[in-house]
Structure formats: structure tokens, C-alpha cells
Design a protein around this ligand. Structure first.
Ligand code: A3P
Length: 339
């Protein structure tokens, strides 16, 4: 069997280069396990001309780390624990940022006395600090000690039962779908695999609106986590990128409380909250990650573009904006979700 091309489609990974070959082999075995199942699912051409498969209401690519196969493998074989912390997003909603914040909050005592330049977030990509379930199921290496900090793009209802049924914590971050769209558009153009022809905004709007994107439709993903958070706010914290931007410090405090790591009065007085905000700021993380690649060949720098709210207005025509607004209004009708 040929080794599937993981380099072009995987969004990130956390393994060092010496493990690449092993991981490619692991992925090939995993893909082989599910290959007979794919023909049963509805299929459409979507983002970047890729084949997308519909499973349990969502669209997935195939033959890469963030695929229908890895999602099914996670569903079947990952065992969640009540002490786990999950960071869940749709791609391009600020995954890298929220991973950094959760990592910094939970590990602040551990790294209290080290030189700032030695902090893991000042050395490596947040995707290495908080690995994805989707890539760890390939690497077969999950964090050993509680709390396990893990991330995923998997929709709520597709999560393994052990996660849904446990008293773990889930932090969910979403973002204005118009900024998500534009962020996807630029990310696609930065992918190193130049054999794929980048899409125009018009072509992308067509597939984005239909949901033919990794883990799409965007809106349905948000709704599942919004409802899960409404049903049990102690289990799922629902955040928006826009709110995080308005007052990051107060959201960091909220996050810390939710995760069971509240800041003491002394920490607040000593500026620990602000230190975390600065450590995880767009400017700092962009600087730390200006060189190097994740093993998938995606440059670290590609996760840091503008980091702003409302940048969509520079890229979308009035008509495009209207199309996305109409979908958002219709899908979120009756729900208290705004950006
Ligand atoms: P833009 O493309 O709009 O700039 P993800 O991490 O889910 O892939 O999302 C990437 C988006 O988050 C990019 O948005 C990126 O610039 C932004 N981002 C990355 N790090 C950030 C940070 N520390 N603070 C705010 N935004 C950040």
C-alpha cells in the first residue's frame, strides 16, 4: 500500500522529525482499517478540491491526520478520563491561542521559577504543548499524567462516549464565521503543497456555505457545543474569539476558574494574569514561531497571520458578506450566540 501524503493535508502534528516515518506507517495502518467503510458515506468535492465524506452530520476529508478515519479511530479507541481537559474548536477559530492560554494557566505553578525564555510557550508551538486527539491516535502517545491537556476539532456528538459521559472539562472557542472564512482562505494559500491550486474567495464561499470543509458545516459545530454548554456549563465553557479579544485578562480568570485552577488574590496582585496574557499574545507567539515547521510541513508561522477581529471586511464583497450573514442568522436563530 502506498504511504498516503500526510504532508499536504494534516494541519499540525507534535512529533519530532525522527518519528515521522513511524507516524506515516501508523497512519497508513489506521487508514487501511477504515478504507472499506468510506464508500458507504455521502461524498462531495469541497475545500481545495478534496473529497469530503459526510458522517453523523459533518463533513470530513480522508487520508490525513484530521480526517474521517482518525475521527472514527478516536471514537472507537480513545478512552477519556474525568481529569482530562479538552480544547475544542473549528480550525481557524483561534485554536493556537486558546491552547496556549489553557497550557499557561494549568502549568503556571510548574513553570513559576524558570527563566521566561525557558517557558515551553517561548520555545515551541502551542500545538506541541497541547496535542490533538486526532494526531495522538496516530502517534499512539497520550500524555501520561493528569490533567491530560488535549485538543480536537471533532464535533460534540461525535466525541467518544467516554468523554461525553465523564466529568472532564471542555473549553470551546468559536469565532465570527466571516473571519474564520478569511483565515481559512489565507491558510490554504500558505500550505506548502503547491500542487493544489488555491481557491478564489468565490469558490471557497461556495464550499464553505455548503459545509464542505474539514468538520463542517461551521455553524452546526458551534451549535452542538453551545447546546452542550447550555445543558452543563460546568463541563463545557463556550467562548468566542471576539469576547476573548475585548478583555483577555477577565476571560483568562474565567478560564482558570472553570478549569479548577483559579488565581489566588496574591497571584492577581502580582500580575500573574497579565503575564499569561502577554506570554500568549499574538505578538509574542508570532515571534516565537517565526521559524520552523511542524512535521507535516506546515510552517509554524502560518498559524499567526493578523490575529484581529473584523478583518473579513477587507476580503468579502457585500454580497459574500450577506450570504454568510443570512446563513448565520438562520442557523443561530433563537440561540444567544453573537460575535
Ligand atoms: P487570522 O488568520 O484571522 O489572523 P487556529 O489557531 O485555529 O488555526 O486559528 C488561526 C487564527 O488565530 C489566525 O487568525 C491567527 O492569526 C489567530 N491567532 C493565532 N494566535 C493568536 C493569538 N495569540 N491571539 C489572537 N489570535 C491568534
Amino acid at each position: 500500500m502506498s504511504i498516503p501524503d500526510v504532508s499536504s493535508l494534516s494541519l499540525v502534528s507534535q512529533s519530532s522529525s525522527e518519528h515521522d516515518e513511524q507516524e506515516k506507517d501508523n497512519l497508513a495502518i489506521l487508514l487501511d482499517r477504515y478504507k472499506d467503510k468510506l464508500s458507504k458515506f455521502p461524498k462531495e468535492k469541497g475545500w481545495m478540491g478534496q473529497d469530503f465524506y459526510m458522517y453523523q452530520g459533518f463533513w470530513y476529508t480522508s487520508e490525513n491526520a484530521f480526517s474521517i478515519e482518525t475521527m472514527m479511530a478516536v471514537q472507537e479507541s480513545f478512552q477519556g478520563h474525568s481529569t482530562d481537559i479538552y480544547v475544542i474548536t473549528q480550525p481557524k477559530c483561534g485554536t493556537t491561542w486558546i491552547k496556549a492560554l489553557v497550557f499557561a494557566i494549568v502549568n503556571r505553578t510548574k513553570y513559576k521559577n524558570i527563566k521566561p525564555s525557558d517557558h515551553p510557550l517561548n520555545i515551541s508551538n502551542p500545538h506541541k504543548c497541547v496535542p490533538f486527539l486526532e494526531t495522538e491516535i496516530i502517534a499512539k502517545s497520550f500524555p501520561a499524567n493528569p490533567p491530560r491537556l488535549l485538543a480536537s476539532h471533532i464535533p460534540y456528538n461525535a466525541l467518544p462516549k467516554s468523554i461525553i459521559d465523564s466529568s472532564c472539562r471542555i473549553v470551546y472557542l468559536c469565532r465570527n464565521p466571516k473571519d474564520v472564512f478569511v483565515s481559512w482562505f489565507h491558510f490554504a494559500n500558505k500550505l506548502k503543497d503547491k500542487s493544489r491550486t488555491p481557491m478564489t474567495t468565490g469558490e471557497m464561499l461556495d464550499v464553505y456555505a455548503k459545509g464542505f470543509m474539514p468538520y463542517g458545516p461551521y455553524w452546526d459545530h458551534v451549535i452542538e457545543y453551545y447546546k452542550a454548554s447550555s445543558e452543563d456549563p460546568t463541563k463545557v465553557l463556550f467562548l468566542t474569539y471576539e469576547d476573548m479579544k475585548i478583555d483577555t485578562a477577565s476571560k483568562v480568570k474565567r478560564l482558570a476558574e472553570f478549569l479548577g485552577y483559579p488565581f489566588t488574590k496574591e497571584e492577581v496582585a502580582n500580575g500573574v494574569v497579565e503575564e499569561i496574557v502577554t506570554l500568549c499574545s499574538f505578538e509574542n507567539l508570532k515571534e516565537v514561531n517565526k521559524n520552523g515547521d511542524l512535521f507535516t510541513g506546515i510552517p509554524n508561522a502560518s498559524f499567526f497571520r493578523e490575529g484581529k477581529v473584523g478583518g473579513w471586511s477587507n476580503y468579502l464583497t457585500k454580497e459574500m458578506s450577506q450570504i454568510l450573514d443570512d446563513i448565520t442568522r438562520e442557523k443561530f436563530q433563537g440561540l444567544d450566540i453573537s460575535f
